[in-house]
Design a protein. Structure first.
Length: 278
């Protein structure tokens, strides 16, 4: 009798485990998980900052197992065996999305200063906060456009005058957009080798005359932090504090351009700063 009971329990456990593994809701993983708000929030936590290099199997598995939030996770052990057995295509698509976003990133966009007296830049998690833009004396939402969502992270450098803090490319890539933008001021957009689009906005000026198609190296000086933008007239300044707005976007199955939260990515890159003299 005990042997029969053990066999029944074993079959029951196998059946339940198999159901849970094959059920898409169990792992919160499907073919379009990478377009979800949970994925876009990129809650990487501080733990990955201690990794010698990014392990995308480890990152992908941990994010799935912890509902896409590693901010309070301390145990970084993982196994992706069941995931690969049950949902290989969805797993690989999600892993590829993380690789697209982070696989080419090397440096924090604002180098540290060799001068100890230079104030450090600061940044907070302001992704998807509401923003309004005063245009022709009226806020944008008063014209029926609605309040904008902040699709990036602001690195504040308002302790020094505009043009003081250097801005470098966080990756190798190719210049895709450059020049004046009403909202972004002097900006430059760089496409990484794996396909992420990195947007640097509100620059004071450029380090050189960038052109679309120019190749850029990770750590190469792009320009200097400023407060340009919020105006149709080229060179408009002074509408907000000096800062760098950094945005990261990827293409998906349904979207030509989808933003992800750069905050935790910047926290990861914060330990990977170049040092400039300024």
């Amino acid at each position: 009798m005990p042997l029969v009971l053990i066999l029944i329990l074993a079959v029951f456990q196998y059946s339940i485990t198999n159901y849970l593994v094959m059920n898409p809701d169990y792992y919160q993983l499907g073919p379009y998980t990478w377009e979800s708000g949970e994925f876009r929030a990129m809650k990487l936590g501080n733990g990955i900052g201690n990794w010698d290099s990014l392990d995308f199997d480890k990152l992908t598995t941990l994010m799935i197992e912890h509902d896409y939030d590693l901010t309070k996770v301390e145990d970084m052990r993982y196994s992706n065996r069941l995931l690969l057995a049950a949902r290989p295509a969805d797993y690989r698509k999600l892993k590829n999305a993380y690789e697209t976003i982070m696989g080419d990133l090397m440096y924090f966009p604002v180098p540290a200063s060799s001068n100890r007296d230079t104030p450090k830049v600061v940044f907070e998690n302001g992704w998807m906060e509401g923003r309004s833009y005063v245009k022709d004396g009226q806020k944008t939402e008063e014209k029926g456009q609605g309040e904008r969502k902040h699709e990036g992270c602001d690195i504040m450098g308002d302790k020094l005058p505009r043009g003081s803090y250097p801005v470098v490319s966080i990756s190798d890539g190719t210049v895709e957009r450059v020049g004046w933008l009403e909202m972004g001021g002097w900006r430059i957009g760089i496409r990484t080798r794996r396909g992420a689009y990195v947007y640097y906005a509100h620059l004071y000026n450029y380090a050189r005359e960038w052109k679309e198609g120019d190749r850029v190296k990770a750590g190469e000086l792009l320009g200097y932090m400023g407060d340009t933008g919020y105006g149709k007239t080229e060179g408009t300044i002074g509408n907000f504090d000096v800062h760098l707005h950094l945005g990261i976007y990827i293409r998906t199955d349904h979207l030509e351009e989808m933003s992800v939260n750069p905050y935790w990515i910047l926290r990861y890159l914060e330990k990977r700063k170049l040092v400039f003299s300024y």
